[in-house]
Write a protein that binds this ligand. Structure first.
Ligand code: GAL
Length: 361
């Protein structure tokens, strides 16, 4: 049974509708469940946004401001309370408690640990709140939204194999085992790499996604493998790719000698590396659509309105978006055309020549 009913059941209107709600599912349930914006239990217009970390730039630079702006645009009397867990699961648990104590009726939760977040979801639901699992899946959440994460991994793997001409050894840096997305990226990437001519020399699941850990691990591998034998690096995201570049250049490679390196998130530093030929690709996930959909769903929920069409993902009503590969060839047609970055953001003095060569002006 979906938990929206649980949330709505605390309002008078929903109690009247309860028997039909059980039968008709989440979206229809919301249509009939206008709570009129009352501020009783579960009916507040306080929306909590809980993000997992801050070393990956997307969260503070895009997810948070885009979400907050959209809520403000759609709802005059909604309040957003914001938390960042800094990759600390216990801290996130306290933040969920704090959000509940502050009367949040919707929690948009990007969990540090997907598997460990079930208790947080239940606590929130027990308080009458609705939980949107944001970007990372949580079983038992009321809604989920993310990009197609297995496709992300497959696109990274395919791009790497292609850039390497289907041969040579790689180092493989996956995301945090606590992050359910990381397993999907990894599965997708293995699907493209395994069975190709590319050989995985060593592989690591980076416990906190951190660039520092990625750099350290890569440096450690260079005492086991000859630098000349590392013909490519699979890095699951751009933060880690930055650590890989630091390790490889620290070991003596010039920037124009770097092997193909993958990434994800279209971080500004990664786009600059791509333009300069120091990273071969990233995955651009237009975060606007994810953050704004989360805001729209959250506002619909506090207003008791329909959340729109969903698809099923592992039993949860979901919104799944398409990722986009970015290479030197399409920086202008993707992140620039979308307004994610201005050419001026990318083409600072240090990248002016590379930008000219790449046709970005
Ligand atoms: C993933 C997310 C990526 C990246 C990574 C590190 O769950 O989908 O975009 O940010 O976490 O935080």
């Amino acid at each position: 049974m979906n938990i929206n009913f649980k949330r709505l059941a605390v309002t008078g209107a929903a109690v009247l509708l309860s028997s039909s709600l059980v039968a008709c599912g989440a979206n229809e349930a919301q249509t009939g469940g206008d709570n009129g914006g009352d501020n009783g239990e579960g009916g507040s217009k306080t929306i909590a946004l809980l993000l997992p970390e801050s070393k990956t730039t997307r969260y503070e630079a895009f997810d948070r401001p885009m979400f907050e702006a959209k809520v403000a645009e759609l709802c005059d009397d909604c309040e957003v309370i914001y938390f960042n867990a800094d990759q600390d699961e216990a801290k996130q648990d306290q933040q969920v408690t704090s959000a509940i104590d502050q009367g949040a009726s919707v929690l948009v939760l990007d969990p540090v640990n997907g598997d460990g977040a079930g208790g947080m979801v239940r606590d929130a639901q027990d308080s009458g709140a609705t939980v949107i699992a944001y970007d990372r899946f949580i079983e038992g959440a009321d809604y989920y939204m993310s990009f197609d994460n297995e496709t992300v991994g497959r696109m990274q793997g395919e791009a790497l194999v292609e850039a390497m001409g289907d041969e040579g050894g790689i180092l493989m840096l996956n995301g945090a085992p606590s992050d359910p997305n990381a397993a999907q990226f990894k599965a997708g990437a293995h699907g493209a790499i395994d069975g190709s001519g590319v050989e995985i020399l060593a592989e690591f699941d980076n416990p906190d996604w951190s660039p520092d850990n990625a750099q350290q691990w890569t440096s450690d591998q260079l005492s086991k493998y000859d630098l000349a034998d590392v013909k490519g690096v699979y890095a699951a995201n751009d933060g880690q790719a930055g650590g890989v570049v630091a390790a490889l250049t620290g070991a003596g490679l010039a920037k124009d000698e770097l092997p193909p390196i993958t990434g994800q998130d279209a971080e500004l530093a990664a786009i600059q590396r791509i333009v300069a030929g120091e990273q071969s690709m990233t995955i651009y996930k237009p975060i606007k659509i994810e953050a704004e959909t989360a805001a729209e769903v959250a506002v619909a929920l506090v207003n008791g309105e329909d959340v729109g069409e969903t698809e099923d993902f592992r039993g949860v009503d979901s919104f799944i978006f398409d990722p986009i590969v970015v290479t030197q060839d399409n920086v202008g047609d993707t992140v620039v055309a979308d307004g994610f970055y201005d050419v001026g953001d990318i083409c600072t003095d240090a990248y002016a020549d590379a930008c000219t060569a790449a046709g970005l002006e």
